[in-house]
Design a protein around this ligand. Structure first.
Ligand SMILES: Cc1cc2nc3c(=O)[nH]c(=O)nc-3n(C[C@H](O)[C@H](O)[C@H](O)COP(=O)(O)O)c2cc1C
Length: 238
């Protein structure tokens, strides 16, 4: 009991190592060429494997890419698809404003994919102004088992966050890369190359490597209101 009291006292002024990693992790978009040792990637995968999942179903498949030809190939396929999207629906190009109602219609059909933020990034990728994997020497792809009970996307997200945080705790950098989905959703080429077939489906990926500089660190985040029910009342906390 004394121990717990002391721990609570300490927590008033100190963060735990886990909190430090969570708060300081930043997306890394510039990597050194130097490859990450195998054993570190295996430890990262192990952290993913230990993630909780509904019914302990572990509805995931991880694929590690360290072949520059494959990483570049997926990048080129994604750029082609981004270019196609841009040519078909970018209403911001001078002389193409007539596309605006068509774009609005498409956005209404696929609000998540064509939200202005990913749409803007899609244009940058098409123009090669934003790299897909940001030059990382290792990419971990996460595929879900679509038969997973409850919500396999959530399980894959938890596994991915375990991996990202473990990588940062080792001094590595990561960035979630969901844009690679385009190469798996709109072509069969990379699914075939990597032997991905039913029941697996691309969810997201993580670029992993040694960061250039020191990008990790705390930044201001918007505070969201949280409703807190206790002792018969509701209060709002931040
Ligand atoms: C599911 C998911 C997908 C993401 N996809 C991409 C991506 O394709 N490319 C990219 O550069 N960043 C991507 N990000 C990174 C976000 O832009 C980033 O997490 C966000 O801006 C917050 O910044 P922080 O990670 O430094 O805290 C993704 C993040 C998540 C969680």
């Amino acid at each position: 009991m004394e121990n717990r009291k002391q721990r609570i006292e300490n927590l008033k002024t100190e963060r735990t190592p886990a909190e430090e990693v969570i708060l300081r992790r930043r997306s890394v978009r510039l990597y050194k060429k130097e490859q990450v040792p195998d054993f570190m990637i295996k430890r990262i995968l192990e952290a993913g494997r230990f993630a909780p999942s509904a019914g302990n179903g572990q509805p995931w498949k991880f694929v590690v890419l360290r072949e520059p030809e494959i990483i570049d190939g997926i990048t080129e396929t994604t750029i082609k698809i981004c270019k196609l999207f841009k040519s078909l629906i970018d209403y911001r190009i001078p002389g193409k404003r007539w596309r605006l109602p068509i774009a609005k219609f498409n956005i209404a059909l696929k609000p998540a994919e064509l939200h202005p933020v990913p749409f803007g990034a899609c244009t940058l990728i098409a123009d090669r102004k934003l790299g897909l994997f940001h030059g990382a020497p290792t990419v971990i792809m996460i595929f879900k088992d679509v038969r997973g009970i409850s919500n396999p996307d959530v399980d894959c997200g938890i596994a991915g966050q375990n991996m990202a945080l473990t990588a940062h705790s080792m001094g590595l950098g990561t960035c979630w890369i969901s844009f690679a989905k385009l190469a798996f959703q709109y072509t069969g080429k990379w699914k075939k190359m990597l032997g991905i077939r039913y029941p697996y489906k691309f969810v997201t990926s993580l670029s992993v490597g040694w960061p250039v500089g020191n990008p990790d660190g705390m930044i201001a985040r918007p505070t969201h209101e949280v409703d807190w029910y206790e002792n018969g009342t509701k209060k709002v906390v931040h």
